[in-house]
Design a protein around this ligand. Structure first.
Ligand SMILES: [Zn+2]
Length: 452
């Protein structure tokens, strides 16, 4: 039994399978026997004894459809006026979904069997883009920082036309904001592995992705030194073969107040870069960003510029304005964080070909159409959850120039493009990227300084 009570999930089933007779005997007591008799066997016996007579197929089908429709309508009538409350409550107490679901035990049983079956299969890592080669002559090594954002919406960036000034720092730093980028998924668990995967969104499978080399593997095999720093949950399987550092606790992160801040991930990076010497370097920083529903916790006090703010995890307790303000303050903090990433890279601008790419994992619903938070099924997901911000900054020696990229700022892109963008960024090419490369770089102006 876990801390939440009786939830028969895969972990619980594994517990049952792993338990021996002695352990089980230790749990048997009078209380358990009485409960099993009164709450289990007695109702089961009554249900069997008084089960209704089954009528013809048509009558049964009709009555079941009728009951189903009535239930759906009742559910909609009850839930619809309180979506804000339900969304935040279920988000905070995910386990309640299992309490309310009588067939969760069956579901977990099947899932457990499938997991057991899969884990016994031989799953060698499948190679990707094995024909990858470096193109052109190397003048300087690359130093690229990729920031994987969290829950940021494109339309809340003032660089994309939002009326509140949420990008005061980035605005000063000569960046390009790509305005039409869409996410691969609507949740971190889906989007993060998908954006690094060679699989495109339509064919992406999380389980398969774990056994196929991703963009980081390809870069690492071609000599790029990679570091993944995480202030979010984890890398979702992307960085398992890379140097990985956890910045969610004060052990490594020196900037922690009520929670550890994204800015802390810049600490000690100089040491990593110096140690790598003259090699290409990619640093991935996985942000806490705008993770909800407690947006007000995502930034230090001095970033509370839009007020009043929602100070509750239960969004139904707040007005729309308060929710928006808290969310926008968190964007403001990301703006500051990204500006510090750029300033950090500027120190290395003479030595390396430097660049920063920021891209969020997915967006967030903030009450539009009565929907909150994210993780809607992709096929019905509102734009707020899939339209994500992406920011590019390039140093003076980088192979491409900001004014070359600028005309393409409204070009439709997606997480599907990240794989090849990373390869191109490190001046590498593979047949895997040929088709996309032809589309993206068809314009003759858009050539690297080495190719010209
Ligand atoms: Zn996320």
């Amino acid at each position: 039994m876990d801390q939440y009570g009786v939830v028969i999930d895969t972990v619980m089933i594994d517990n049952i399978v792993q338990t021996n007779a002695q352990e089980a005997a230790g749990l048997l007591n009078l209380n358990l026997v009485v409960r099993t008799l009164v709450l289990g066997l007695l109702p089961a016996w009554l249900a069997l004894r008084y089960k209704p007579v089954i009528q013809g197929f048509k009558i049964e089908l009709k009555s079941r459809i009728l009951i189903l429709l009535m239930l759906i309508m009742t559910l909609l009538a009850v839930v619809a006026p309180f979506t804000a409350g339900y969304a935040s409550f279920i988000r905070e107490h995910k386990i309640t979904r299992m309490f309310a679901n009588p067939i969760y035990f069956t579901y977990s049983g099947i899932l457990y069997a499938v997991q057991k079956f899969k884990s016994t299969e031989v799953t060698a890592l499948k190679q990707t883009a094995t024909d990858t080669v470096e193109i052109g002559k190397k003048l300087k090594n690359e130093l690229i920082i990729l920031v994987v954002g969290e829950t940021a919406r494109a339309d809340r960036f003032s660089l994309n036309g939002y009326t509140k000034e949420t990008n005061p720092e980035l605005r000063k730093r000569g960046v390009v904001s790509l305005t039409d980028v869409s996410a691969c998924g609507t949740s971190t668990g889906e989007s993060v592995p998908c954006m690094f995967s060679v699989m495109k969104r339509k064919h992406f499978d999380r389980q398969d992705a774990l056994h196929i080399e991703n963009a980081l593997d390809v870069l690492a095999k071609n000599g790029v030194q990679i570091l993944w720093r995480d202030n979010n949950s984890d890398s979702k399987g992307v960085a398992v073969r890379m140097q990985y550092e956890d910045f969610k606790s004060p052990t490594l992160n020196p900037v922690c107040d009520e929670e550890c801040r994204d800015i802390g991930m810049l600490s000690g990076l100089d040491k990593f870069i110096t140690a790598k010497g003259s090699k290409d370097i990619l640093i991935v920083l996985h942000q806490m960003g705008n993770h909800g529903p407690e947006y007000y916790r995502r930034y230090p006090k001095e970033f509370e510029r839009f007020t009043p703010t929602c100070k509750s995890s239960d969004l139904k307790n707040c007005t729309q304005q308060e929710i928006d303000n808290a969310y926008d303050n968190a964007i403001l903090y990301t703006d500051f964080f990204l500006s510090q990433v750029i300033d950090f890279l500027k120190k290395y601008d003479d030595q390396y070909e430097t660049a920063m790419l920021y891209v969020s994992d997915h967006g967030e619903s903030l009450g539009e159409h009565g929907i909150y938070l994210h993780a809607a099924p992709y096929i019905v997901a509102p734009k707020e959850q899939t339209h994500i911000p992406a920011i590019v900054w390039m140093g003076q020696h980088f192979d491409y120039k900001i004014n070359q990229l600028n005309p393409y700022r409204d070009y439709p892109l997606s997480h599907d493009d990240l794989f090849c963008m990373l390869l191109v960024g490190f001046e590498m090419d593979s047949k895997t990227c040929e088709a996309r490369r032809n589309v993206l770089f068809q314009n003759q102006d858009f050539k690297s300084t080495r190719e010209k």
